[in-house]
Design a protein around this ligand. Structure first.
Ligand SMILES: Nc1nc2c(ncn2[C@@H]2O[C@H](COP(=O)(O)OP(=O)(O)OP(=O)(O)O)[C@@H](O)[C@H]2O)c(=O)[nH]1
Ligand SMILES: [Mg+2]
Length: 302
C-alpha cells in the first residue's frame, strides 16, 4: 500500500570514494546532519542508510588509503552512482587523485554510471577553484571517455554554506540515477548476482586448496611415522582416541553403559533411580528437566 502511494520511491546505493583525508566521512556526516568535525580515518568501510526525500539511500563510505583502495571494486556492482570527494586544498596530490579517479571510471562496473565530484575543503586557504580542478583532473576528457554523466560541486563539509552545496549535489545525483533507474538497477542486479557467484566460486576453490594442502600434509606425516617405525594401526588407534568429533550418539550410549555398570557394581537396580521419590531427588529431577537439551540428531541426510 505504501509503495502505491509513493510510486517514485527508489532504493539507491551510492559509493563515496576519494583519497584518504579528502573528507568523505565528514561529507557523509554533514549529509546526515551530524557533526562533521573530529572524524577519524576510515579503516575498511562503513555503510550508512538515510532517507533523502523520496529516496532510500545507502552510502558505502570506503577508506581511501592506498592499501584499502583495492577493496573499492567489491562495492562497485551494488552502486547506482558514485560521489567522488577531492581535497581541493591538496594540490600536491592532484596527480594521485586524477589516477585514482581514472581507475574508478574505467572500471566496467562503474563506466556509464553517474558521478558527483565534490571539490571539498573550499573553506581552506589555497583551495583550487572549480576550473583549476577540472584541468588538474582532465575531468571532461575522463567522463566523456567513460560515458559517465558528471557534475562538479565546490563545497565544504564543515561550513554551513558548503554543506548546502553537498545536499544540492546529492539531490542532482539521485535525480540522475532516477532518470535511468530501470537500466542502472538492472545492471546493478545482474552485476551483483554475478559477483556473488564469483565470490562463492572463489570461496569453494580456496576451501579445496586448503583441503588438498591438508591431505598432502597428513599423507607426509603418515609416511614419516611409518618410516619411524609406527604402524598404521597405532596411528588409527591414536586418532580415534584423539578425535574430539565423535558422533554425539556414540558418546551418550557410552556414558549410559558406564552409568549402568557403576550402578550394577553398587547394587542399585538400573530402574531404581526413577523410583526414588525423596524431596532431594525430586529437586534434582526438576532441575535436570529445566536445563535439559535435546540430543543432537546424528542421522546423516540422505
Ligand atoms: N577545513 C576543512 N576540513 C575538512 C573538510 N572536510 C573534512 N575535513 C577534515 O579533513 C580530515 C579528513 O576528513 P575525513 O572525512 O576523515 O576524510 P576521509 O576522506 O573520510 O578519509 P579516510 O577515511 O582516511 O579515507 C578531518 O580532519 C576533517 O575534519 C572541509 O570541508 N574543510
Ligand atoms: Mg573516512
Amino acid at each position: 500500500m505504501a509503495e502505491a502511494k509513493l510510486p517514485n520511491k527508489r532504493k539507491v546505493t551510492l559509493a563515496i570514494l576519494g583519497l584518504d583525508n579528502a573528507g568523505k566521512t565528514a561529507t557523509v556526516r554533514s549529509i546526515q546532519g551530524e557533526n562533521p568535525e573530529d572524524v577519524s580515518p576510515t579503516v575498511g568501510f562503513s555503510a550508512v542508510d538515510l532517507k533523502q526525500g523520496q529516496y532510500d539511500v545507502s552510502i558505502f563510505d570506503l577508506g581511501g588509503t592506498e592499501r584499502i583502495r583495492d577493496i573499492w571494486k567489491h562495492y562497485f556492482s551494488e552502486s547506482h552512482g558514485v560521489m567522488f570527494v577531492v581535497d581541493s586544498s591538496d594540490v600536491q596530490r592532484m596527480k594521485e587523485t586524477k589516477e585514482t579517479l581514472a581507475q574508478v571510471l574505467r572500471h566496467p562496473r562503474i563506466t556509464g554510471k553517474p558521478i558527483l565530484l565534490l571539490a571539498n575543503k573550499q573553506d581552506r586557504e589555497g583551495a583550487l577553484q572549480e576550473t583549476a580542478i577540472l584541468d588538474h583532473l582532465s575531468l571532461e576528457k575522463l567522463v566523456n571517455q567513460n560515458k559517465c554523466c558528471c557534475k562538479i560541486v565546490p563545497c565544504s563539509a564543515v561550513k554551513a554554506v558548503g554543506k548546502k552545496a553537498i545536499k544540492g549535489g546529492l539531490s542532482w545525483l539521485l535525480k540522475t540515477v532516477a532518470k535511468d533507474y530501470d537500466i542502472i538497477d538492472k545492471r546493478v542486479q545482474e552485476d551483483t548476482s554475478e559477483q556473488r557467484k564469483q565470490e562463492e566460486k572463489d570461496r569453494r576453490e580456496r576451501a579445496e586448496r586448503v583441503r588438498r594442502v591438508r591431505e598432502e600434509r597428513e599423507k607426509r606425516e603418515r609416511e614419516e611415522a611409518e618410516r619411524d617405525g609406527k604402524t598404521v594401526e597405532q596411528d588409527q588407534e591414536e586418532s580415534s582416541v584423539a578425535n574430539p568429533f565423535q558422533p554425539i550418539g556414540n558418546l551418550i550410549s557410552e556414558m549410559e553403559k558406564k552409568k549402568k555398570e557403576s550402578k550394577r557394581q553398587s547394587g542399585e537396580r538400573p530402574d531404581q533411580a526413577s523410583a526414588d521419590h525423596s524431596p532431594k531427588r525430586k529437586r534434582k529431577m526438576r532441575l535436570w528437566r529445566k536445563n535439559r537439551v535435546a540430543p543432537l540428531n546424528t542421522r546423516q541426510p540422505r
